[in-house]
Write a protein that binds this ligand. Sequence first.
Ligand code: C5P
Length: 217
Amino acid sequence: NPIPVIAIDGPTASGKGTVASKVAERLGFHLLDSGALYRLTALQALRRGLELRDEHGIAKLAEHLPARFNGDDIFLNNENVTAAIRAEEVGNMASKIAALPTVRQALYGLQLGFRETPGLVADGRDMGTVIFPGAKLKVFLTASVEARAQRRYKQLIDKGFSANMDDLLKDLKERDERDTKRAIAPLVPAEDAHLLDTSNMTAAEAVEQVLAWYAHP
Ligand code: C5P
């Protein structure tokens, strides 16, 4: 497939989302926020009261996900769930259902479909390792857990949610643990990924670095 992909993977609150969306904007590329697909599935599962052990039921939701992306807005059917899917409860459920192989399988084809001309910036955990192993550029974004907790805190407050620093640190550590230790598509850098630690970097600086790597492979 000749359509270029830039894969940006990393842990939660590493700044991936912001960097991926700005890089996409600068290059005029499409954007895949793969975490949103897991969050949308999780939101539906929570609303329907499905339990984690109902893997088949949750995979069915993923397979028939009525997701629609419009600029920065994300819809389930005609409901704008952009804010709702960012709640911590939904993120935690997303990371649990993301460990289910049938759920990952169900979302696989949907993700490939985002690869359209002139190119795609794909943001997630396994973009460079599993979904787009042939990506032209792979970046693994990291930041210290403290820096990430600070960012998540600010994000939540800005969006009008309440937040507690100690709870956030604990949640982040638990989620890192789940994402890196799971058997299927764990959060690990691809062998050919560029590592970028953004603990002491602004989003703008990270964007310039990614664009420079893309321009000068
Ligand atoms: O990136 P975001 O925090 O929105 O992702 C929510 C959850 O979805 C993550 O904690 C992770 O467990 C899961 N995920 C994944 N693979 C991806 C993207 C997200 O397993 N490519």
